[in-house]
Design a binder for this molecule. Structure first.
Ligand code: FES
Ligand SMILES: [Fe+2]
Length: 465
């Protein structure tokens, strides 16, 4: 028997207070009784209004330009992993909209970031999207001016012709740069708040999930046919699981997913893997569940739950395969889909089986570059493997092209295809409603789509700042 999810909310509840019948994700995590980190059961929800989100925000060139001038110029964004620039002289170029920044390892333990534009006549001194290594200085290919790795001027060819140039003031244009979790972040706003403050609860929540001790085992880049917010939103809620990923509901929580908003820049969802959706089951049949998780039901020992056994088997298998000690991790950390969004464009999953990082970058009002990184713990007894080279997927390519096995080995490629196949239709439908004057905006669920609403409110806070 499944829970009845069709009933309207109890009218005595205030807006946003209604929840799916049955245990919520945090109840199920507590039920595991395996000392899951306190952060996973911390709740932080607040009703933020129920007005429609105007479609114009996804379609208007003018709105897009305003976002470019504010949101993308004043926020912290990760440019690359530290492992992408391991040696002094290594650099990596991060581009978004009209902006381009070069991050450089200027000393063994120092990383700096510079606007990718020559102080002479504006030439980009590094190609957009490029990375390189080993040089002792940065050099502009137009007239050959060069700078030391710390950004200070090294040489102006034909120096005699520039008596008016003060060498002290002719360095590269430096922008704020800092690191967290093995990621190099940049911000184009010289007056920005420190990264640590910007990240809110993140450093505290991730203190035992050291992303700096993981390496990039897979990296994909794909253009998505949609506005950047529309594309991100598809990954901010599990409400769509029932319709978009219907095969998932036998092993995946959805309607009972936890949603949290942790201040201005960070939101989170957690949904379980290893329990069926409340849409299909109130009483869990453990043998059936164990079979749905890909095992022989006869291998489930008496008195052991399917989720527990599934997590134990995975812990054992991956510890061996990866040369990593996963013994102290809770079932939730091993299995669940735990996703933190950091405004404007990053998502970090600290889990082990679902160990993803997403980054979204607007290309134009209708297109977004979506990158996926899979981060695996570095082997305990071995060197850090080199980060995987990015695999470029065309807009119509299936994620299976990036190798179904290596993209997590948990059917992720097919799930991503389902998610991204929605975008053509959603973009077209938004325009059809808006341009015809039929409906001017999207209507959101109060709880399950709170992260979507928060995303828009944060955009507004930057636009009006
Ligand atoms: S534009 Fe760079 S050296 Fe002239
Ligand atoms: Fe999805």
């Amino acid at each position: 028997m499944a829970y009845d999810l069709t009933k309207p909310a109890d009218p005595s509840l205030a807006p946003g207070e209604a929840r799916c019948p049955g245990p919520q994700t945090r109840d199920l995590i507590i039920r595991d009784q395996d000392n899951a980190p306190a952060a996973l059961v911390e709740a932080s929800y607040q009703f933020l209004g129920d007005e429609d989100i105007p479609y114009e925000r996804y379609t208007s060139e003018e709105f897009f330009e305003k976002e470019m001038d504010t949101v993308w110029r004043k926020t912290w964004q990760w440019a690359c992993r530290e492992e992408h620039i391991p040696k002094k002289g290594d650099y990596h170029t991060y581009d978004v909209g009209p902006y381009s920044v070069v991050v450089v390892r200027s000393e063994k333990d120092t990383i700096k970031a510079f606007v990718n534009s020559c102080p002479h006549r504006g030439m980009q001194f590094c190609d957009a999207g490029s990375s390189g290594s080993g040089k002792q200085f940065l050099w502009c290919p137009f007239h050959g001016m060069s700078w030391h790795l710390d950004g200070s001027l090294r040489e102006i060819p034909n120096r005699w012709d520039f008596p008016h140039v003060n060498e002290e003031e002719f360095g590269l244009m430096e922008v704020p740069c800092d690191t967290w979790g093995g990621f190099v972040f940049i911000n184009l706003d010289a007056n920005c708040e420190p990264l640590e403050e910007y990240l809110g609860v993140l450093p505290e929540h991730f203190k035992d999930w050291k992303l700096e001790d993981r390496y990039v085992e897979l990296h994909t880049r794909k253009v998505l046919p949609g506005n950047w917010k529309m594309c991100e939103e598809a990954f901010l809620e599990a409400y769509h699981v029932l319709a978009t990923h219907p095969e998932g509901i036998h092993t995946t929580g959805d309607a009972n997913c936890d949603y949290d908003v942790f201040g201005k820049h960070v939101t989170r969802f957690i949904h379980t893997i290893g329990y069926p959706s409340p849409h299909v089951a109130a009483e869990v049949d453990e043998r059936k569940l164990f079979a749905n998780l890909g095992h022989n039901p006869d291998d489930l020992p008496e008195g052991v739950g399917a989720r527990q056994r599934h997590a134990d088997l995975l812990r054992e298998q991956l510890s061996k395969e990866w040369d990593a000690d996963l013994s102290g991790l809770s079932n939730s950390e091993m299995l669940d889909s735990i996703e933190y969004h950091v405004f404007p464009n990053a998502m970090f999953f600290p889990g082990i089986n679902i160990r993803l990082v997403y980054r979204f970058r607007p290309i134009d009002v209708d297109h977004t570059l979506h990158e996926i990184l899979l981060l695996r713990p570095v082997p305990e007894n071995g060197p850090r493997p080199k980060p995987a080279e990015p695999i470029d997927l065309a807009i119509e390519d299936s994620y299976t092209k990036a190798n179904e096995q290596s993209i997590g080995g948990f059917g992720l490629a097919l799930v991503l295809d389902q998610d991204t196949e929605n975008f053509h239709r959603q973009r077209a439908g938004i325009k059809a409603a808006q341009k015809s004057g039929a409906k001017a905006g999207a209507t959101l669920g109060n709880y399950q789509e709170i992260r979507v609403r928060r995303l828009h409110q944060t955009v507004d806070e930057y636009l009006s700042a």
